[in-house]
Design a protein around this ligand. Structure first.
Ligand code: T46
Length: 142
């Protein structure tokens, strides 16, 4: 069962006109072919998002504007990792069966997520029951 979480430093090009940050699947800090990009925005203060674990997805999260906190739980006794993403150069790589929760959104926060697989609405490959998540980790079955 893969469970990988680590920060990713994303390097922009900058000059007197401002910055350009390019992300390319399979290169640099995005270690997979990007099949999907989605954005979260218009997030009200006090909202909580996430609260699920993907069975087997690779993602890089980038806070394009604003800030938020994300916690990543492995469910096997290791400490929960908590990150504040508050700059487009600070990405977060999450792979595998990791329970994630997002909160503390600053006003007008915009988050981009790059993922390695398509979204299947008919059969979402994620677990949204925390108790079941813990049971599955303990049984080694994601
Ligand atoms: C994640 C955290 C960090 C789609 O139609 N296509 C998509 O690709 C996704 C990801 C979602 N949706 C639909 C499904 C729901 O009706 O968008 C709606 C909101 O999705 P969800 O409640 O899963 O959103 P969050 O913000 O709780 O979680 C999201 C991602 O789903 C998830 O992949 O890791 O951000």
């Amino acid at each position: 069962m893969k469970q990988i979480v680590h920060p990713v430093e994303l390097v922009p090009c900058g000059d007197s006109r401002g910055y350009l940050l390019a992300l390319e699947g399979g290169r640099d800090k995005i270690p997979f072919d990007v099949k999907r990009v989605y954005f979260m925005y218009g997030i009200p203060c006090g909202a909580e998002r996430g609260k699920h674990a993907h069975l087997d997805t690779k993602q890089v999260l980038v806070c394009v504007h604003g800030s938020f906190t994300i916690s990543c739980e492995f469910g096997d006794g290791r400490p929960t990792l908590t990150y504040t993403l508050d700059n487009p150069t600070k990405g977060l790589y999450i792979e595998g069966f990791v329970w994630r929760e997002m909160c503390d959104f600053a006003p007008n926060t915009v988050i981009a997520v790059l993922a390695n697989e398509h979204y299947d609405e008919a059969a979402p490959k994620e677990i949204r029951d925390h108790k079941l998540f813990l049971e599955m980790v303990q049984k080694g079955m994601s």
